[in-house]
Design a protein around this ligand. Structure first.
Ligand code: GLN
Length: 487
């Protein structure tokens, strides 16, 4: 049993702990050992927390057991963890040790989970390949010459390689769903406002949302149940009860009968690679085979999503990142001549190229004279995109589509072409603009590389999303495939 601890569900791990088959310390040791063996080849972690993890695991034994107590996990390095370095993938925060804990991280810690380490990520979560990280790229466990996706690339690759059963991520434009798809695991982005953003380093505040990675949707259900909920310290967090997501999962796929599944025709258009299309079509056939009713729908403003996002996200980023001035915390240049020199050089040295590009775009679209043409216009197109979804959800219960247009690309392949890189998120960005919840689940392989099926549900219908994903996983075993070297 103990050899296979990275292959089983969280519920199975919890049952093993309760039965005394293994201790929290042994479970943690299993994953620390795998990190020791495999992480140097994948670069999934920026900071390891071996000692802290052992201490936390020892403390768990005496705690009252709940679903996550004693379960190891990895935090994306965007979540502030008290006393543990939090870099956000940036030189700017290379030395930053937060004096406080992000609310979602605190909740997971209170549940008795064990923090194994902090995951590598694109700098300030800006990227789709994990190549903008100050700490170097993460490699995809299915093919180490390829990217894991981004920005939560370290989290996704770590779960795919079995270095942790669970990891957190954030999704501003696709950063949970896209790497989940490219790494062959499950990734859940909750509704905007479902999980507190307090202590999660801000990129684009009106879009940022925390979520989770696991092999199985049922494990995400455990995790979301703990992360979600109202937080008075985040004014956009929603004061709505948190269901028992795991308890609400169906025991069999019967719930798929009569489910209305919408396929947006704009998500199956040019650009979708045939191998990816084939897997997604097979997944939809599987749902139809269970009695789901498949309906073609249209989201006519889909084409506006990427340009809208690349006005709004940089605008918010340029404002959020203004706080990194070299004065209060973060990187400070050597021997500044005066205050202006301190600001200029600290920011020039602390931020990488992609972050600087976003700040410049953001400052431009917000500047007097251009504000109406870009920022204000983008706010209006954002509304059109959200209205499209509202209309479609009057006809269907859930939307199904590919998560990405193709499987994982090679390291370096898109790095010099920002627009091609930005177009990567064409199927994920609309849900962020609308604030909707989404999940990516493994749906097969194209030439040995994983393909993701994206499901989107109405606002706050995470239970529905998890239920459909779980039902699909009861019927298929794509989520249980392992990259050979890490099995
Ligand atoms: N790839 C998108 C970007 O670069 C989305 C990133 C994210 O969701 N954090 O902005």
């Amino acid at each position: 049993m103990t050899d296979a601890l990275h292959r089983v569900s969280v519920s199975t791990l919890r049952a093993g702990l309760t039965a005394g088959d293994f201790s929290p310390a042994e479970l943690t040791a299993h994953f620390l050992d795998r990190i020791e063996r495999f992480d140097s080849g994948l670069n999934t972690l920026v900071t390891r927390c071996d000692e802290g993890a052992r201490r936390q695991a020892d403390a768990v034994a005496s705690q009252k057991a709940e679903a996550l107590s004693g379960i190891p996990l990895i935090q994306k390095d965007i979540f502030c963890t008290e006393g543990v370095r939090t870099t956000c993938g940036s030189r700017m925060l290379d030395q930053f040790i937060p004096p406080y804990q992000a609310t979602s991280a605190a909740r997971l810690a209170e549940a008795g989970s064990v923090l194994l380490g902090k995951a590598n990520m694109d700098e300030f979560a800006m990227g789709s390949s994990n190549e903008t990280s100050y700490y170097g790229p993460v490699r995809n466990p299915w093919d180490t010459d390829r990217v894991p996706g981004g920005s939560s690339g370290g989290s996704a690759a770590a779960v795919a390689a079995g270095l942790a059963p669970l990891a957190t991520g954030t999704d501003t434009g696709g950063s949970i769903r896209q790497p989940a798809a490219l790494c062959g695991i499950t990734g859940l982005k909750p509704t905007y406002g479902r999980v507190s953003r307090y202590g999660m380093i801000a990129f684009a505040s009106s879009l940022d949302q925390a979520g989770c990675f696991a092999r199985r949707a049922e494990d995400c259900a455990h995790m979301l149940g703990r992360m979600a909920g109202f937080d008075p310290r985040d004014s956009t967090s929603v004061d709505a009860p948190v269901p028992d997501y795991h308890g609400g999962l169906p025991a069999d796929p019967g719930m798929l009968k009569g489910l209305k599944v919408g396929l947006p025709k704009e998500y199956f258009a040019d650009g979708l690679v045939p191998g990816t299309r084939g897997c997604v079509q097979a997944a939809i056939d599987e749902l139809a085979g269970q009695g789901a009713e498949i309906v073609e729908v249209t989201l006519p403003n889909t084409g506006l999503a990427v340009p809208t996002y690349y006005v709004l996200a940089p605008a918010e980023a340029s404002s959020n990142l203004a706080r990194f001035d070299g004065v209060r915390y973060g990187h400070r240049c050597e021997q500044p001549r005066d205050l202006e020199d301190l600001y200029l050089r600290s920011r020039a040295e602390g931020f990488g190229r992609e972050v600087q590009r976003r700040i410049m775009i953001g400052a431009y679209v917000l500047s007097a004279g251009y504000y109406d043409a870009y920022y204000l216009k983008a706010q209006k197109t954002r509304r059109l995109i959200a209205d499209d979804f509202a209309r479609v959800f009057e006809q269907v219960n859930i939307i199904a589509s590919p998560t990405t247009q193709s499987t994982a690309f090679r390291l370096g392949e898109k790095l010099d072409d920002p627009v091609t890189m930005y177009l990567n998120d064409i199927y994920t960005i609309p849900a962020n603009l609308a604030g909707l919840p989404g999940i990516s689940v493994p749906a097969g392989f194209d030439q040995g590389l994983p393909v993701g099926l994206q499901l989107l549900a109405p606002w706050f219908a995470e239970q529905q999303l998890l239920n459909v994903a779980h039902a699909y996983q009861l019927l298929t075993d794509w989520h249980l495939q392992w990259p050979e070297a890490y099995a």
